[in-house]
Write a protein that binds this ligand. Structure first.
Ligand SMILES: *[C@@H]1O[C@H](CO)[C@@H](O)[C@H](O)[C@H]1NC(C)=O
Ligand SMILES: *[C@@H]1O[C@H](CO)[C@@H](O)[C@H](O)[C@H]1NC(C)=O
Ligand SMILES: *[C@@H]1O[C@H](CO)[C@@H](O)[C@H](O)[C@H]1NC(C)=O
Length: 401
């Protein structure tokens, strides 16, 4: 096995780990990216269930016929990883970090001290933040001097429901309809057989269980975090960061597709998440991932103007998007073994690619965390040919100004 535990990047990208937005504009040109040369079939983009969606009960779990690939992890058999499975106790923190602690990233400032959050200082959770607050008005100035395409918002980010925008998806650069990407999007890792591990939608009560496993295996991941969930669990964000994982923005509310929002609402979704990460960690994120991968040229231009580069996930004609469908297991739509089959097909196809790849997984639900710990991460670590999940010492760190 070839694994490395040096400070992490999603994969080896010449990507600043964090930066003040002002520093970023000139660096965009130097971002390592590979434009996907192929597109997934229409309508196949991966998606997480909306926040608050609870798995439907589906009766008692079927009889156990498998044991976890990674024995000793306490993860249930694959056949019983299904919606409605029994839950386990969540973990307490194994270590508490205090202000002034040094992050494991060279050049990073010490953890800031911070008064406990006053909920009223922040937008409501799980809904799109208003576009007319003083904060958003200030952040809107970051768009000055940038060419933000004058595209009208999509009806609701769905190709089927917005045929007019869908017909225009190539010129809009709309990933949802036809998998259109642009040269600035990060859709894979540059080096062959390199796997970019990513988890979306946390921090959740189950993230800590995943962090413990990643630490034991010396794996590093990128966490795409939801701002309003950081308000609830800031200490878990700190644990992710201090363990050497990377932090990226996944909007404040994860409630509506970004292409359906106004410019000011997109700025609000990104700006509030960037702000809460900065308040908790002392550094600002330089990347983001749109919920459901829903991005077009307008959303791209806004995020780039705000200093955040879009990261999607890999897609090929044979497999479609590299979405493990773990979220469908949590939602009761797909059984655990089927999700794992999807994952193995992804790995099979990934090993024939000339570039590395980025796979979508989630740390929002116990089920998705169990699938990762017991199955998918193990399958990737024992795969032949071996994957490099590494990372990099050449990541460019920009000191916070
Ligand atoms: C999108 O809008 C259409 C038409 O208004 C509606 O029928 C559909 O349910 C909506 N879909 C989603 C995902 O919100
Ligand atoms: C690639 O993906 C397709 C579709 O999921 C699957 O049928 C095929 O077996 C995969 N190829 C490999 C080499 O795993
Ligand atoms: C894995 O990636 C790291 C970071 O780029 C690189 O230094 C190392 O040589 C790679 N290892 C293999 C076996 O390809």
């Amino acid at each position: 096995m070839r694994f490395y535990s040096i400070p992490a990047a999603l994969c080896v990208l010449s990507l600043p780990v964090f930066a003040h937005a002002d520093n970023l504009k000139a660096r965009h040109e130097r971002i390592a990216h590979k434009r996907q040369t192929t597109s997934p079939p229409p309508g196949s983009s991966g998606a997480a269930p909306p926040p608050g969606a609870t798995p439907s009960s589906s009766g008692p779990p079927p009889p156990a016929t498998f044991t976890a690939l990674d024995t000793g992890t306490g993860i249930p058999p694959l056949s019983s990883i299904t919606s409605g499975m029994p839950t386990q106790a969540t973990l307490a923190p194994s270590v508490t970090f205090t202000p002034g602690a040094s992050p494991p990233v060279s050049g990073a400032p010490p953890l800031p001290s911070r008064a406990p959050f006053v909920i009223a200082d922040w937008p409501p959770v799980n809904v799109v933040p208003p576009g007319n607050s003083p904060e958003v008005t200030e952040w809107m100035k970051e768009l000055d001097g940038h060419n933000i395409p004058d595209l009208s918002p999509t009806i609701n980010g769905s190709c089927e429901d917005d045929p007019k925008a869908a017909a225009d998806s190539a010129s809009r650069g709309w990933w949802t309809c036809g998998g259109i990407t642009r040269a600035t999007d990060i859709v894979n890792c540059p080096d062959k057989l390199t796997w970019g591990i990513s988890f979306d939608d946390g921090p959740s009560p189950y993230t800590r269980k995943l962090l413990k496993y990643l630490d034991e295996k010396d794996l590093k991941a990128m966490f795409f975090v939801v701002g309003s969930r950081i308000l609830e669990r800031p200490e878990i964000l700190v644990e992710e960061y201090m363990a050497g994982h990377e932090i990226s923005v996944h909007t404040w509310s994860h409630s509506k597709p970004l292409t359906s929002l106004t410019n000011a609402e997109v700025v609000a979704e990104l700006g509030w998440t960037r702000k809460i990460i900065k308040d908790v960690l002392g550094v600002s994120p330089t990347t983001f991932r749109p919920p459901w991968g829903d991005i077009d040229d307008r959303v791209r231009a806004i995020s780039m103007a705000m200093g955040m580069i879009p990261i999607l996930w890999t897609s090929t004609p044979a497999t479609g998007p590299f979405d493990t469908n773990d979220w469908k297991v949590a939602g009761g739509l797909v059984p655990g073994p089927a999700s794992f089959d999807t994952f193995n097909a992804i790995l099979g196809n990934a090993s024939t690619m000339e570039t590395g790849f980025i796979v979508l997984q989630h740390d929002l639900y116990e089920i998705t965390v169990d699938l990762a710990i017991g199955y998918t991460l193990n399958a990737a670590q024992t795969h032949s040919p071996a994957f490099n999940v590494s990372t990099d010492s050449s990541v460019e760190v920009v000191r916070q100004s």
